[in-house]
Design a protein around this ligand. Sequence first.
Ligand code: MG
Length: 382
Amino acid sequence: MTLSASARERVTVRSLELYYVRPRWQFLRVTTDAGVDGWSEAVVEGNVRAVRGAVESLADYLVGQDPRDVGYHWTRMYTDNFYKNGPVLSSAISAIDIALWDIKGKLLGVPVYELLGGPVRTHVPVYCHVSGDSVDELVASTRAAMDAGFSMVKTSITAPAPRLPTRRYVDGEVERFYGLREAVGSSCEFGIDFHGRATPALSLTLCRELEGAHPIFVEEPCLPENIDAMREIKASTTVPIATGERLFTRWGFRGAIEARIADVYQPDVCHAGGISELVKIAAMADAHYAQIAPHNPLGPIALAASLQVDCTCDNLLAQELVRDLGAGLIDNPFELKDGMIAAPPGPGLGISVNLEEVKARQHDGSWKSPSLSYSDGSVANW
Ligand SMILES: [Mg+2]
């Protein structure tokens, strides 16, 4: 069935096309009989083939539907699966949701953010990743980001992390992050991603030891599925806690937000349920005095989709991005100015995807996350 109002001329989805795009992405193009295409990214990092299968399965339902009934299709795709949620299905639904919003905005001739209530800011603050094993390397990487216009960055603790706070490991991390703070002073904020690779016991010590380096937040101090462990860590430190890139849909975030395990939530528009779901998660976080800093290690379409939501949310801290601002893949790449990006004024997601370049950047979908071990050969979290 369809909910399309009889008063409007019917538009239907013709096809869903998937393209593997280097370095490790997969783009989705939804075509319609109205001559308008919608774009998004269909990815679980390290498992794009699985998402491809899930999108192809959902295409059986979507082809022939009116793409403008975005909310209905979201609920239909989610609810008709007895086994709901999870990264693969949620990412496939996210990809379709983003592409449908792109189509809807283009058909109406307005940016998606206009359909979400309009912008509450003219520019979106963004942050990028920096790295370095030594203090000097970390400072050099951060200074390069600052030279490129960033005033907020994120780095991570050394991997693999020990199971308990060994003196050697803790001293090493204290040296790195106090060294970074001393070098940049108050001219640059930095977050520290624990990457879910630390145990609660290690995190409790690290957060306390790093308080004097004043990180803007510590991210994923342990794997986020254990709400009690996260809450214990947050209660033990004054460092703001961030999490959420591995949580999915409003139901996945509900328990975390209600338990107040974090000060900053990081839903990923390509995993958490698309533009539709990001809006709901941001509102839920806002009602609990929490900020959002949407996760995005993906490409320019994911960034474009994130920005559409970012510019409508009062409780935005900053948007994560990789340094690639889309040159080549989109005809109107984003521009960074004073640590911010302007919300694109064009209809839909506001970007024009270069199909030839998309096709030219093909890969085989085999990229996997790094596989780490401890010195005794046992498995360590990446
Ligand atoms: Mg992270």
